[in-house]
Design a protein around this ligand. Structure first.
Ligand SMILES: [Zn+2]
Length: 263
């Protein structure tokens, strides 16, 4: 089953590459089928097997011998690995399936933000819609309790905070970042959204210092914030419960000491 999940992840990852390339260019994501981005030659199915084709073709197009970007196998592998991790942490559940699809949308958003500085509205809406469908199925078909209030508060909290930051920083935070953090707040719920926002600030600050420090970027360069939000989302999905438990534990210990001191 794990192997099947991984292969499914690779195939969806291949589609994520299509999204990253075509959405910023305004091309249809359905037609035409895959083609070489250098010579436009349409690709046969055997040119298009995730990772394997890249390895067998030694990273070059079969028709024009132009180099194929490393982005393709990296995105495919990343998507496959995320699916496996989600499968191991969530089991064969509805939550796993929806989180996996949402994760693919997020990898696509990170990709378009890095390569074209766009956070496509369509992908952000897809995250919101996928999360809504999952909650509806959980509630109406599986009769699970769904914390819809927490989701709405999470979306409002992230959206409002980033709107304020965007106004203060005069465009340092883009409109796409606002809708992205808001839709992730809907997926995560309020508590985990607060954690994800906090993590995104830390990761954003440390990464920006690193990029400027190593001269990979200058102070004037635009550094997209979307990928930091998305990385924070994944950390929250996998470690959020543990981080929150640890933090609440710390608070409890402190309060405990407080009471001791009073005595
Ligand atoms: Zn070619």
């Amino acid at each position: 089953m794990a192997l099947f999940v991984f292969i499914f992840g690779l195939i969806i990852g291949s589609f994520v590459n299509v999204l990253i390339y075509r959405i910023p260019r305004g091309e249809s994501i359905v037609v035409p089928g895959s083609y070489c981005t250098s010579c436009s030659h349409s690709l046969k199915w055997y040119d298009n097997i995730p990772i394997l084709s890249y390895v067998m073709l030694k990273g070059k197009c079969r028709y024009c011998r132009e180099k194929i970007s490393l982005q393709y196998p990296i995105v495919e592998a990343l998507n496959g690995i995320l699916y496996i991790l989600l499968y191991y942490t969530h089991g064969p559940t509805l939550e796993f399936l929806f989180l996996a699809l949402i994760s693919s949308m997020l990898i696509a958003i990170a990709g378009t933000d890095i390569t074209a500085q766009v956070v496509p509205d369509g992908l952000v809406i897809a995250v919101f819609v996928l999360s809504s469908i999952e909650k509806l199925i959980q509630h109406y078909i599986f009769h699970e309790s769904v914390d819809i209030k927490g989701s709405i508060l999470g979306a409002l909290f992230g959206g409002a905070l980033f709107t304020v930051i965007s106004l203060i920083s005069k465009g340092g935070m883009g409109g796409g970042d606002i809708t992205l953090i808001s839709s992730l707040g809907f997926v995560l719920g309020l508590e985990k959204e607060i954690l994800a926002v906090f993590l995104s600030f830390i990761i954003g600050a440390v990464s920006s210092l690193f990029l400027v420090g190593t001269k990979a970027k200058s102070m004037k360069d635009y550094i997209p914030f979307g990928p930091f939000i998305i990385l924070s989302f994944f950390i929250t999905i996998f470690f959020g419960d543990r981080i929150l438990a640890w933090y609440l534990g710390l608070l409890a210990v402190e309060r405990g000491f407080g009471i001791c001191a009073l005595w």
